[in-house]
Design a binder for this molecule. Structure first.
Ligand SMILES: CC(C)(COP(=O)(O)OP(=O)(O)OC[C@H]1O[C@@H](n2cnc3c(N)ncnc32)[C@H](O)[C@@H]1OP(=O)(O)O)[C@@H](O)C(=O)NCCC(=O)NCCS
Length: 216
C-alpha cells in the first residue's frame, strides 16, 4: 500500500488531526498531546518564539543553521507551515508548545526521506531555558510513536555531532541504537565534524513498549 494511503486515513488514539479548509487549499493539521506538551504544526505567528532560541549560539552550536537572522527564522516558519499542504506529506515539523506558558519552546520533526522503504529522520531543538527537564525526551518519544503507529514507518534514524552529549543521551533514552560514527561528515560553522548515527526499527520500538522498557 502506498505510504500516503497508509497514513492519511483515520487517527490513532492520542493524536488529534483536523482539516483546515480554505477556499484554495485543504491542509491537514496535526496535534500530538503528551503528558506535559503539545506538538503541533507551526503557525506564522510562532516565529517570535522560534526566534528566541534560533538566535542563541549555544542552541545552534552543532547545527548547520544559526544563529538566525529574523528573515531566516521567518522563512523557516513559513516553510514549516507549508509542509502541511504536501500531498503526500513527507515533512512533519512541529512546534513544541508548553501549555503552562502558552509558548513554543522548541521544534521537532520527522522527515520521510524514503517513502518506499518507510524510513524517516528525526530531529529536535529546544530553547536553552528549558534544557534538562526531560522535554525533548518526551517530545521525541511521542514522535517515534507517531512515526511507527500512525505513519507506519519501518525505521527512524537521527544523527548528532559526537560532542553533542545531550542529543546522544536523548536518543539512547528513546531506545535508539548507535549504528555508525561518520568521520568529518558535516561542515558546521566552517569546521568538519564527526557525527553519530542512531536508529530504531518499528519492531524494536514495539517490543520495548510491550515490555514497558520505554518511559515515553
Ligand atoms: C540536546 C537537547 C535536544 C536535549 O534536550 P533536553 O530536553 O534538555 O534533554 P532531556 O532533558 O530530555 O535529557 C535527556 C537525557 O540527556 C541528558 N542531557 C541533556 N542535555 C545534556 C548535556 N548537555 N550534557 C549531558 N547530558 C545531557 C539528560 O541528563 C537526560 O539524561 P538522564 O535522564 O539520564 O538524566 C537540547 O539540549 C537542545 O535542544 N540542544 C540544542 C539543539 C540540539 O543540539 N539539537 C539536537 C541536534 S542533533
Amino acid at each position: 500500500m502506498p505510504l500516503a494511503n497508509r497514513y492519511e486515513k483515520g487517527a490513532l488514539q492520542g493524536y488529534n488531526c483536523w482539516l483546515n479548509t480554505s477556499s484554495t487549499s485543504v491542509s491537514t493539521m496535526v496535534t500530538i498531546h503528551t503528558r506535559n506538551l503539545v506538538l503541533r504544526d507551526f503557525e506564522d505567528d510562532d516565529w517570535r518564539d522560534v526566534h528566541e532560541y534560533a538566535t542563541d549560539p549555544e542552541v545552534s552550536k552543532y547545527m548547520e543553521w544559526g544563529p538566525n537572522t529574523e528573515k531566516e527564522t521567518r522563512n523557516f516558519v513559513k516553510m514549516a507551515c507549508a509542509f502541511r499542504r504536501q500531498d503526500p506529506r513527507r515533512n512533519y515539523e512541529f512546534g513544541i508548545f508548553l501549555p503552562t506558558e502558552k509558548k513554543i519552546i522548541g521544534g521537532c520533526g520527522l522527515t520521510i526521506y524514503d517513502s518506499d522503504m518507510y524510513q524517516a529522520a528525526l530531529g529536535y531543538t529546544l530553547n536553552r531555558n528549558y534544557w534538562n527537564r526531560g522535554i525533548v525526551t518526551e517530545a521525541a518519544g511521542a514522535l517515534l510513536r507517531y512515526g511507527f503507529e500512525k505513519l507506519a514507518l519501518h525505521r527512524i534514524n537521527a544523527t548528532c555531532d559526537v560532542q553533542n552529549i545531550g542529543s546522544a543521551a536523548v536518543m539512547r533514552k528513546l531506545g535508539m541504537r548507535q549504528e555508525a560514527h561518520f568521520l568529518e561528515e558535516r561542515k558546521i560553522k566552517g569546521t568538519w565534524r564527526d557525527t553519530y548515527l542512531y536508529a530504531i526499527l518499528g519492531s524494536e520500538w514495539k517490543k520495548m513498549r510491550n515490555e514497558k522498557r520505554l518511559e515515553v
